[in-house]
Write a protein that binds this ligand. Structure first.
Ligand code: DQA
Length: 152
């Protein structure tokens, strides 16, 4: 018998990246490593397939885009958001409010461990609103965070 039913769509996880993360690979490699955001996106796509998920990886240098995408994540019923807000992590009350304003779980992600770095990176408006934080594993932070989505 032919199965004519549409294939079930895998739940989507939004992976949102903030300012300067488009420069990964050449930006301060001693801190952030040599992987580009495209490299990370490729690895996330492979891992998502193993987990029965899909990923939608985006990057913007503009705070408002990140806020719009958080709202969109809820509107489309995303399973979760992995958010590396870059430096907006430490400054953005608007991102904090956006995370609190949606029911979609948000996992804060950082390549570096901000708590081991300058004091101005110790405060996270994102972390204060997010469900959880993964930081300090380099590019693998994204994979660890994606794996964690299954434990939400
Ligand atoms: C970062 C840490 C932030 O403090 C910094 O501003 C970044 C990258 C990280 O992934 O380690 O842009 O979010």
């Amino acid at each position: 018998m032919t199965d004519t039913a549409a294939p079930a769509t895998a739940p989507v996880v939004f992976v949102l990246n903030g300012p300067n993360l488009n420069l990964l690979g050449m930006r301060e490699p001693a801190i952030y490593g040599h992987d580009t955001l495209d490299d990370i996106a490729g690895r996330l796509e492979d891992r998502a397939q193993d987990l029965g998920l899909t990923v939608d990886v985006r990057q913007s240098n503009h705070e408002g885009h990140l806020i719009d995408w958080l709202h969109e994540a809820q509107a489309v019923g995303a399973r979760a958001v992995l958010l590396n807000a870059g430096a907006y992590t430490h400054t953005s009350v608007a991102l904090h409010d956006a995370i609190k304003g949606i029911v979609t779980p948000v996992i804060e992600v950082h390549l570096s461990n901000p708590h081991k770095r300058e004091e101005f990176r110790h405060k996270s408006y994102v972390g204060m609103a997010a469900k959880a934080t993964v930081a300090g594993f380099g590019a693998a932070s994204y994979i660890v965070a994606l794996d964690a989505v299954l434990h939400l």
